[in-house]
Design a protein around this ligand. Sequence first.
Ligand code: NDP
Length: 261
Amino acid sequence: MTEVDTALAGRHALVTGGSRGIGAAIADRLARDGARLTLVARDLDRVTETVARLPKSAQAQAVACDVTDPAAVATAFVCAHQRHGAVDILVNNAGQAASAPLRRTSDELWHRMLAVNLTGTFLCSRSAVTDMLAAGHGRVINIASTAGLRGYPYVTAYAAAKHGVIGLTRAMALELAGTPITVNAVCPGFTDTDLLQESVAQVIDTTGRSADEARAAFVRHNPQGRLIEPSEVAATVAWLCSDAAASLTGQAISLSGGEVM
Ligand code: NDP
């Protein structure tokens, strides 16, 4: 039987990109901490499968939504509200990380990176804040990246978007500091998910390196010599959701084994 804690009992968490990788790990952790859940992603079948694996107590619902589409985001929040009432925890996790040298960064790639990583975070945050003010409690947690704190070659659009997420986090935190809402960013280093596998495959394609060499190139960034686990990101999110983190707002927390920013 799945053990469920009560630390987040009564809370309603909406996790974008909750179908796999870091988002699925966050959903699992928040469910085990007692929250009710709404999970959002574009592929409804996949997010429905993830929902089916969560503890029944989470009464999780799956909602198909592209976070870059304002109308779809508005509808997703209506669905969330109808099922579980006010959203009082929002985890903006949906993201993509396409890479290309600057001179081969197309307009499409640029706009897609900003749309999913930055505009999606803005749209969901704007929708959530009204609910949170009404609920008298709110946690907005943005899954940014170490690429929001420093540059890396070949990811200009992604890094610009993630730096934007940090700016959005800081500005929202100050604007809402007189309310019960906190806003923080979590900045993982390279984390073992599908997204990382796609980056490894691209390095193999473009450089002819072996899979082990390509993976090692990502591991090398982390002074601890390893990839971050999705469950580690989820544990930090869970802590930010707790009452113990009430005074923490406007922060960008690096989860990267000590990588220097
Ligand atoms: P994955 O590729 O494993 O999962 C991405 C999730 O986002 C999926 O659920 C996907 O579902 C969803 N998603 C993608 N685009 C959209 C969209 N337009 N609208 C709604 N949902 C969308 O990625 P990770 O778990 O690795 O990454 C999660 C977050 O963590 C991202 O913001 C990423 O930038 C960040 N991050 C990841 C790192 C890593 O090394 N893995 C390092 C640092 C930060 P679907 O495709 O069905 O929409």
